[in-house]
Ligand binder design. Structure first.
Ligand code: PMP
Length: 399
């Protein structure tokens, strides 16, 4: 045996990432995620957080978290299934179900843990998952864990979904179950899945429908209730409505809403839920407070949309390509990785923090700056961002 360093690949593979300019460099946020914040020691306008409504620093959420630390401490002491189910968790779940208009809701530690834990329990050997080609990585990993067969349909294309389901029908009754799964709002493009037509196709084939509404909650639907509300769909059409508290809700944690049977099944079977510590008390309390804010302060969602409309129409008038965005996620398409990097760096010089999204996160030639609107911005802030894009866009020959 030679005395080879068994960890030698770590440095080697990291250097390969750096050479391919595919490595992450982390940016330090000193202080809260507010519109003007300090990143890497510079005061900049935050233009790419998921904090759509500015709730991560909302006084009601802060107060709820502080109060929960006083009354319940900083940790739950256990997984939910043993000794870690506090009144705060049950209260949050009741509150969420009421907000969503569902029979029941269940809170997980994160959105990723929800998809990775639940999907492999809904389908397994002998089943089929039919997935949008641009679904989030946590869905892809959940499907991989499931051992179900996987078919992919063209992005947001119900006609192609119909084609895939028709082909699957030929195999029946070999498939025990079929699950159709889609993001609600696509995180890289900001377009909305045609969930009404997707659910209609699924219903024709007796398939379950699972929507990941991480980017639709707090944004779409009545009072920010999300994509199921946006399309006015019944619970008989969308069986699993999944979401996260880490985006518009401003905190952290995943969740599902649906039937009581779904929730009872999910918490008895999801390994991520059963085998991982439950949400700390301040987190559960702040999530609950976020629902209160959504119900009582509709102005945040109004501002989010009015900023979004202004930003998108002005940017399009200037000549920027914003892809298919129909939500506060606005990609500014530039094509090549290097151009996206240069644009992001120039925007930072001009005081706007918006990161490039490049291959392999998106297809080759589809590099972009992904901006995400925030209700806490002022009109002047939005104007500042537009002016920075215009200046940088002209300098780089994009306009
Ligand atoms: N689904 C989608 C569509 C997401 O964008 C994300 C977050 N990037 C997740 C799931 C995971 O959510 P969480 O941050 O709560 O783990």
């Amino acid at each position: 045996m030679t005395a080879r360093d068994p960890t030698g690949f770590l440095g080697q593979e990291y250097r390969e990432l750096v050479d391919a300019q595919a490595n992450w460099t982390l940016h330090e946020l000193a202080g809260p995620s507010t519109p003007w914040c300090t990143i890497d020691g510079r005061k900049v306008l935050m233009f790419c957080s998921n904090n759509y409504l500015g709730l991560s620093n909302h006084p009601r959420l802060r107060a709820a978290a502080e109060e929960a630390i006083r009354t319940h401490g900083v940790g739950s002491g256990s997984v939910r299934s043993i000794a870690g189910t506090m009144d705060l968790h049950l209260d949050l779940e009741r509150r969420l179900a009421k907000f969503k208009g569902s029979e029941a809701s269940l809170v997980y530690q994160s959105g990723f843990a929800t998809n990775a834990g639940l999907i492999p329990q809904l389908v397994g050997d002998g089943d089929l998952v039919v997935s949008d080609e641009l679904n989030h990585g946590s869905i892809i990993d959940g499907v991989r864990l499931s051992r179900a067969e996987r078919a992919v349909y063209h992005h947001a294309d119900p006609a192609d979904l119909a084609r895939v389901l028709d082909a699957a029908e030929e195999h029946r009754p070999e498939y025990r179950r079929i699950l159709v799964i889609t993001d609600g709002v696509f995180s890289m493009d900001g377009d909305i899945a045609p969930l009404d037509r997707i659910a209609a196709e699924a219903a024709k084939h007796g398939a379950m429908v699972y929507v990941d509404d991480a980017h639709g909650e707090g944004v779409l639907g009545e009072g920010g209730r999300g994509i199921v509300s946006h399309f006015g769909l019944g619970r008989d059409r969308v069986h699993v409505e999944m979401g996260t508290f880490s985006k518009a809700f401003g905190v952290v944690g995943g969740h599902i809403s649906g039937s009581r049977a779904l929730v009872d099944f999910a918490f008895n079977r999801s390994r991520t839920w059963l085998l991982s510590g439950s949400a700390p008390p301040p987190v559960a309390a702040a999530c609950r407070a976020a629902i209160d804010v959504l119900e009582n302060e509709p102005e945040h969602i109004r501002r989010l949309w009015s900023h979004t409309k202004r930003f998108q129409s002005t940017m399009r008038d200037l000549g920027f390509d914003l892809g298919a965005s129909a939500t506060p996620i606005t990609p500014v398409m530039v094509g090549e990785n290097a151009v996206a990097r240069r644009l992001s760096a120039r925007l930072l010089d001009l005081g706007v923090f918006a990161l490039p999204i490049v291959y392999p996160m998106v297809a080759k030639g589809k590099a972009r700056i992904r901006t995400i609107m925030n209700a806490a911005l002022t009109d002047d802030d939005v104007g500042h961002a537009i002016a920075a894009f215009e200046t940088a866009g002209r300098e780089l020959g994009l306009l």
